[in-house]
Design a protein around this ligand. Structure first.
Ligand code: CP
Length: 324
């Protein structure tokens, strides 16, 4: 399978076979990394890593990853580049393509902007464009999450239940791309997805419709409830995290006031007991400890958050190696 030159903006853009191929590549690169086997598959290649928002895992998994593949990643903050003066995505896509081999972008904080921006860059760039998180999807996080779930439960996820739940966090209005990415990808791989959130925290229409279509095709399912407890019941995987109110990303103070009504949406040991005995707790991180989740859960026996975060490295490397 040849994926050279392919953009990776949403998992929905790739076939299931292509995603399986990338997961196999991630497993191979993880084994090589763990065993000290050289895997310099991108010698002398350059990837541009453009950030409109902060990052720990994404930035470092991409930078470390391309270095380990024999190439180099340029870290670019949007606000210190000419993007801040309004340079067009067309000009940037064409020019960076002439300097290097891949363009990765994080643009996740404003609903309606990031995905459209990346697709405009991709329209003009000859180098592949990779989505390091937009307003719609966080595909590299999703691949790491799926890799982690398969490491624990095996490749056949039919009949496995994942609870994707909103949780309270006072830190900031987190993007909606993680829950949206989860409901799209996990239904694609046959899982039974229960999405739980208070009424104000609906997701975008398109990812909801994509998840319903994926579930119909895979034999999985998706349902929406308004209780974290109901979602957790008999779950194999629980993924409680905070996200913002779609219509209020420009009014963070007002949104924070509304979220305070739901401080009881915290993942604690009592709620974990509703899930299966061998269930796993996942979070893309960073987590608001003490609000989204108690220390007892995130540091407890069900938590796989560090394995999940580590897999960001292996999946980023796999997709860069395959596309760049
Ligand atoms: N999970 C994730 O994307 O982490 P960062 O925001 O630190 O990149």
């Amino acid at each position: 399978m040849n994926l050279k030159g392919r953009d990776f903006i949403s998992t929905q853009d790739w076939s299931k076979e292509e995603l399986e191929f990338a997961l196999d590549k991630s497993v191979d690169l993880k084994n090589k990394f763990k065993n000290g086997i050289a895997h310099r598959e991108l010698p002398d290649k350059t990837a541009f890593l453009i950030f409109f928002d902060k990052s720990t895992r994404t930035r470092n998994s991409f930078e470390a990853g391309i270095t380990q593949l024999g190439g180099h990643g340029h870290f670019i903050e949007a606000h210190t580049s000419q993007i801040a003066h309004g340079e067009s995505p067309k000009d940037m896509g064409i020019i960076l393509s002439s300097y290097g081999h891949g363009i990765a972008i994080r643009h996740d904080l404003v609903p309606g902007e990031g995905n459209a921006y990346m697709r405009e860059v991709a329209k003009w760039a000859s180098a592949p464009v990779m989505n390091m998180q937009c307003d719609v999807d966080h595909p590299f996080q999703m691949m790491a999450d799926l890799m982690t779930i398969r490491e624990i439960f095996g490749d056949n996820l039919k009949g496995r239940k994942i609870a994707v739940s909103w949780a309270y966090a006072p830190s900031y209005a987190k993007p909606v791309s993680v829950p949206q990415g989860l409901i799209m990808l996990m239904t694609r791989f046959g899982m039974d997805v229960t999405l739980a959130h208070p009424p104000e925290y609906s997701l975008m229409k398109e990812p909801m419709e994509a998840a319903q279509k994926n579930a119909a095709e895979s034999g999985g399912s998706i349902k929406v409830v308004d209780s974290m407890e109901e979602a957790f019941k008999d779950a194999d995987v629980v993924y409680p995290k905070s996200w913002g109110i779609l219509s209020m990303f420009d009014k963070p103070e007002n949104a924070l006031e509304i979220s305070k009504k739901y401080k009881n949406w915290i993942c604690d040991e009592q709620k974990m007991r509703l899930a299966k005995d061998n269930s796993i707790y996942m979070h893309c991180l960073p987590a608001d400890r003490g609000f989204e989740v108690t220390d007892a859960v995130i540091d407890g026996p069900h938590s796989v958050v560090y394995q999940e975060a580590e897999n960001r490295l292996h999946t980023a490397k796999a997709i860069m190696a395959l596309t760049t």
